[in-house]
Structures are given as C-alpha cells and as structure tokens.
Write a protein that binds this ligand. Structure first.
Ligand SMILES: [Zn+2]
Length: 251
C-alpha cells in the first residue's frame, strides 16, 4: 500500500474524523522518520536510568549478507545468554545495521557492569559473530551514530534488512514505554481510496461535520494530481468489515 493513499474515516452521528492510512515502513520518508524518532526517544529514556556502555558485534569477515542475517537471531540469543550467565542481567537496546559488504552488524547500548573487551571478543566469536568487538562508555556522539544507522535505509534502499527482520531489539527492562494511543470518539469506520485531504472534502460534501483531519504531510505537493485522481477514482465510501482495530492506523 502506498503510504497515505488511503484514508480512514470515523463516523458518529453527523460528525466524522479523517486520518491517513500509514504504511509504517522504515523505508518510508514519513513513517520511517517517525519510527526513528520514537526509537531515539526510547533509547534516551533508558540511557537516563544509569551508566551505559556501547559495543558493536560484527559478522565473520568472509560471510555474505544473507547468511549473516539468517544466522543473526540464533547468534544473538546465544550471546545474550553467555553475557547474562557471566555478568548478570543487562538491559539493552540493540540496533542491527547492514554494513557496506552487506553483512549484519549489531550496535548495542546497555546498562550493566563493565565487560572487558577481551572477554567480549572471545565470546562473540564463540557465538558465531566476528572477532572484532569494540566496547566503550556511551558518549554524546552515540545518539548521532544510532540515528545514522536507523536512517540509512531512507537514503539507501540497499541498506534495508531482509523482509520481516527485526532491526531494533529491546530488553524488557530497558525503560517503561507505552505506545501512545488516543481514544477517538467514532464508532463506524470507513476506508476510502483517496488521501485524507480529499476524503475530508468528500465527507463535508456529503453533509458530515468534519471534526478532525490529519493531513498527509506530503499532501500539498500532490494536490493537483490528487484532484484529477479523485474525479476519476472516487466512487464514494466503501464500508470495511470487520472494523479495523484502531492500533492498525494510529501512529
Ligand atoms: Zn509510510
């Protein structure tokens, strides 16, 4: 689905609210940037709870990208178990990034005891990662690095991980974090195959009192194009059933 190409219209009595449907992909200029911002905020929140350190694990030097991503979850699990057995529980956020040669690297920020570089390097290798492991105290540049890894895909689609690969992983105790959601006072939901600005105009034309319109940020640029599309494609409201859960479209 093209991001924002469809709208959700909530209706209650004669009132309605119009919201763009988002793709939520990391590679999307709108949704990707939002996800990066949310991830950074959550990282920051956890970092404020205690001393943090930062290390990077690589994939073995000769390995190709696909294999390194396939192997990653198992290696990461083994590695985490080894760390916790030796150093006790750590709280972390881990960001997996595709390196130039295509292989997965993982950047880990953690709260917990100091881990000597030698131990880290040896155990990383024993768990299937590359031998090079680098550890340091978290520093002001850290957030910038993380933002760079997370936004890489926005400028370079080749940097995307394989489909369905989870690129950010958190330990449960990293920080308290609740997804923001809000109560929306509508009972009926309709899906419309047009961006929210058009959908709102159409709703108003049909006599609804439009209480809220969340505009697609890119809307203005395509206004004229959409107007043409609207004339051609608009066939009116189509009901969706069952109703989409609100979590599917709230950003
Ligand atoms: Zn999107």
């Amino acid at each position: 689905m093209k991001c924002g190409a469809f709208s959700l219209v909530g209706i209650e009595g004669g009132r309605c609210g119009v919201y763009p449907m988002r793709c939520k992909k990391w590679g999307c200029p709108t949704c990707g940037l939002r996800r990066v911002k949310a991830t950074m905020a959550r990282t920051k929140a956890g970092m404020s709870l205690g001393t943090c350190r930062f290390f990077t694990l690589t994939s073995p030097g000769t390995e190709d990208g696909d294999t390194s991503y396939e192997q990653f979850p198992e290696r990461w699990k083994r590695f985490r178990m080894r760390v916790e057995r030796r150093w006790g529980r750590i709280e972390y956020i881990a960001v997996v990034e595709r390196q130039k040669r295509g292989a997965a690297h993982v950047h880990v920020v953690y709260r917990g005891p100091f881990i000597p570089q030698q131990w880290l390097s040896r155990v990383a290798a024993e768990c299937g990662f590359g031998r090079v492991a680098d550890i340091r105290r978290s520093n002001p540049k850290l957030m910038r690095y993380l933002a760079k890894y997370l936004t890489k895909e926005l400028s370079d689609p080749k940097a995307a991980p394989p489909r369905y690969f989870r690129r950010v992983r958190w330990s449960r105790g990293w920080c308290v974090w609740e997804k923001r959601s809000r109560a929306v006072p509508y009972n009926d939901w309709w899906i419309l195959d047009t961006p929210s600005a058009n959908a709102a105009t159409e709703a108003a034309r049909r006599g609804f009192k439009v209480q809220e319109v969340v505009a697609d940020e890119r809307g203005n640029r395509f206004e004229r194009h959409w107007a043409v599309r609207w004339m051609r494609d608009m066939v009116g409201y189509r009901p969706v059933s069952p109703l989409l859960p609100s979590a599917a479209w709230q950003g």
